[in-house]
Design a protein around this ligand. Structure first.
Ligand code: GLN
Length: 430
């Protein structure tokens, strides 16, 4: 059929270039539909391997489709493959995938970002027109920024997480990675909606495409002055100054705000997310889920099976188990929950006064593969993306030129359920 030409082309392109980029863990030769799309490999697909980038799930073939996948298929999307990610989506560069590292299409010596690095690279290199990612602390927006494409994290509760292998359930959200915000809005209209299989989804009936032709001149946006502080690459600061000028030229009012709580967001996230990990990942024990490494007795079987997990995943499980333990619960987990509330309140009060909060998506551009050794250095990269997850807000990363020949992304964060407005504004300035 003539309809299937795009799917054929996409599969051909993947075959031609993917050994250079490594976007895909699994290619689906039998994909059928009209529009080729890639899906991050922590979103389950019936009859198609879903590995989560982990040795433990290397051979896992799900028996059902995630709600988002079901919806895509119903709307003529063809799932051409499953994309690489950091193991269980924990990471910032796909370097923690158990299989291989995805390369940045703009510079093959650098990471594509993470954890949805495979999805972002697949879109940026033209292997597919769109992809799904998941975002717990920035994993859609940061790789989109590193690869020069659009990445959108919806308001928490707008997209069903049924069939998304849980990382940190109170933060996780599925969203699109595309070439334009119009495409992202189109996909949002398909994948969103209340789902009886995910009790955290809400009934909202948003038309995500409704504000794509809106004129956003005369609105006012704010940026945290901390953007020009320590730890932010010089080139990013320069691009952000340019971004402010660019917005002002469009007659948008840009104001500086002080957001001192920003220095606590990384610490807060890295208490809350691992705590949820320690609980969510307990099912991967070789008995309930995952390759079983059979050995003498049950305990040995558990231990050997769990040993298939990578270093970063184990670090998070241990950290989470520690902060949830009776002796430390009050000192860490409970305190982090309170700080999360404070941070959310602060952001929401800014958004009472301003239409959007803007910032660079990432404090740096794509780094060299293997360059970063210290986990804390990785964690700090999430500083601008984490706030939207802690507060459950919609945020988009759009490409805004280059610094040292590497793509730079700018982030726009809006009020809860203002998703159509965020997408509309992104489209207005694109
Ligand atoms: N880089 C963050 C982390 O490692 C975010 C990951 C994500 O959003 N899935 O936890």
């Amino acid at each position: 059929r003539k309809d299937e030409i795009y799917v054929k082309k996409s599969l051909e392109t993947i075959k031609l270039i993917d050994d250079k980029i490594n976007s895909f863990i699994t290619i689906n030769e039998n994909a059928n539909g009209i529009i080729p799309i890639a899906v991050k490999d922590n979103i389950v697909t019936k009859g198609l391997k879903t590995t989560c980038g982990s040795k433990l799930l290397e051979n896992f073939v799900p028996s059902f489709d995630a709600t988002v996948v079901k919806k895509l298929k119903k709307n003529n999307f063809a799932i051409v493959g499953k994309t690489n990610l950091d193991e269980f989506a924990m990471g910032t560069g796909t370097e923690f995938s158990a299989f291989f590292v995805t390369k940045n299409p703009w510079d093959n010596e650098r990471v594509a970002g993470g954890s949805s690095g495979g999805s972002a690279a697949a879109v940026a290199s033209g292997e597919v027109v769109a992809a799904l990612g998941s975002d717990t602390g920035g994993s859609i927006r940061q790789p989109a920024a590193f690869c020069g494409v659009v990445g959108f994290k919806p308001t928490y509760g707008l997209v069903s997480r049924y069939g998304l292998v849980a990382f940190a359930s109170s933060l996780d959200q599925i969203g699109p990675i595309t070439k334009s915000s119009g495409d992202a809005a189109y996909i949002m209209n398909i994948i969103s909606g209340k789902d009886e299989n995910d009790s955290t989804t809400v009934e909202k009936n948003i038309d995500f495409e409704s504000l794509l032709n809106e004129n956003f001149s005369n609105i006012s946006v704010a940026y945290p002055e901390e953007v020009f502080g320590e730890g932010i690459e010089e080139g990013i600061k320069i691009k952000f100054e340019e971004f402010i000028k660019f917005l002002e030229k469009k007659r948008i009012k840009v104001e500086k705000i002080s957001f001192p709580e920003l220095k606590y967001v990384v610490a807060t996230y890295y208490i809350i997310a691992p705590a949820e990990v320690s609980s969510n990942l307990s099912r991967f024990d070789g008995i309930r889920y995952g390759n079983r490494i059979k050995s003498e007795g049950l305990l040995e079987t558990y231990l050997k099976s769990r040993k298939q997990l990578g270093e970063e995943v184990i670090r998070r499980i241990m950290l989470g188990t520690f902060t949830l333990s009776a002796a430390y619960y009050d000192a860490y987990f409970e305190k982090a929950q309170k700080v999360r509330r404070l941070i959310s309140n602060t952001i929401n009060s800014f958004l009472e006064k301003y239409d959007f909060i803007i910032s660079p998506t990432s404090p740096i551009t794509a780094f060299k593969i293997g360059e970063v050794k210290d986990p804390l250095v990785y964690y700090m990269m999430d500083i601008f993306t984490i706030p939207a997850n802690l507060a459950g807000l919609p945020a988009i990363s759009i490409p805004f030129g280059f610094s040292n020949n590497l793509p730079v992304g700018m982030q726009i964060m809006g009020k809860r359920f203002d998703d159509a407005k965020v997408l509309g504004f992104a489209n207005f300035i694109e």
